[in-house]
Design a protein around this ligand. Sequence first.
Ligand SMILES: NC(=O)c1ccc[n+]([C@@H]2O[C@H](COP(=O)([O-])OP(=O)(O)OC[C@H]3O[C@@H](n4cnc5c(N)ncnc54)[C@H](OP(=O)(O)O)[C@@H]3O)[C@@H](O)[C@H]2O)c1
Length: 241
Amino acid sequence: MKTVFITGISRGLGLKLTEHYLRMGYRVIGVSRTCSRQLADLIEQYPERLVWKQFDLGNIDDLDTRLEETLSLASEKIDIFIDNAAILYKDLIHRIKGEELAKMVAINVTSPMIVTKMVLNNFMRNKTKGIIVHISSICAHRSFYGLSMIGATKAAIETFSQDTAYEYGRFGIRSNTVVIGLMEIGMKETVNERLTEQLKSISALRRLIDADSVVNTIDYLTSDKSHCITGENIHINAGIL
Ligand SMILES: NC(=O)c1ccc[n+]([C@@H]2O[C@H](COP(=O)([O-])OP(=O)(O)OC[C@H]3O[C@@H](n4cnc5c(N)ncnc54)[C@H](OP(=O)(O)O)[C@@H]3O)[C@@H](O)[C@H]2O)c1
């Protein structure tokens, strides 16, 4: 049975991915700071195959050592890693608050890099041809008022994913990024009506992104069907061209 490690599984896309992989018969291990009612229901439904640990990825001191211990990774083999957890701090550039920005950089950039290091060591220790998927955003490719900082954090992750693919491809390890537009769930709640309408109107399909479309694309990237795809950014944005 394959094991998928997903960060940020309490709600939004991470919760959808957790449901999906459990339905597909995988074992899921995941972290978040809180446990939602929906996540608690899943833990009750799949006690054998879902392991959730409360963990704050924003605290980067000894992050890999603490996370490895929390998830008992010395005796655990990871097959797939989905770097999903992130936060959104939005503001115009002349109003940036250093503390808020530093918090977002820690969770969206530093932590995923350190967790990827931990996962790569797990892959190599177990000789696993592991698969990594990072989640990026349209904001790394297009400009929107107030979204420069999240865009910059996601651009960093896209480059990191590409370089992971380059350095570890020789071990059969793949790393790709899905770059998503505005989804109908999760962080969308913090996006105002004007930006929502703007994103709809500039997309060829004139719509937001449904979570199933993202889950199905990630499912493809984490399957053998995509065995020759690595180092790529796969855009899911209803045609923002
Ligand atoms: N929603 C969109 O429209 C959209 C668009 C483009 C890209 N994305 C990307 O898609 C991914 C998922 O977004 P979403 O909309 O599903 O977000 P969300 O609903 O806000 O969920 C974020 C998840 O990350 C976890 N998380 C946040 N900070 C954490 C921390 N310090 N330690 C551990 N876990 C933490 C949260 O759990 P706790 O709060 O319980 O810790 C939650 O489970 C993110 O990478 C986001 O940037 C989303």
